[in-house]
Design a protein around this ligand. Sequence first.
Ligand SMILES: [Zn+2]
Length: 105
Amino acid sequence: MAIFDNYAPVVIQALQTRGLSGDCPMCKKNQWVVHEVPVSVPVYEISGQVKFPGTSMPMAAMICRNCGFSSFHSLGALGLINQNQAAQGQQSPQGTDVAPAGEKA
Ligand SMILES: [Zn+2]
């Protein structure tokens, strides 16, 4: 999908500029890959329910190719959320913006 062109290299650069490096904490190999598209993690509504579709957090998934251990990194915290796309696709039906605090377009 064209919207995610160049996604993995951008995520890798964002993580490296924040000092992430090193081996998998489980198997001690260094065989990380970034999943080719973001993952969407469902979050609880204020009501205590998880709705589908509902509010979610966009995350980058780092996966160890040796053992499958995965880590998830907030695209908002990494500054990788396009504000225009976030306004269309990352809001709950009530309009709650789940992206971490940032400037509004
Ligand atoms: Zn591993």
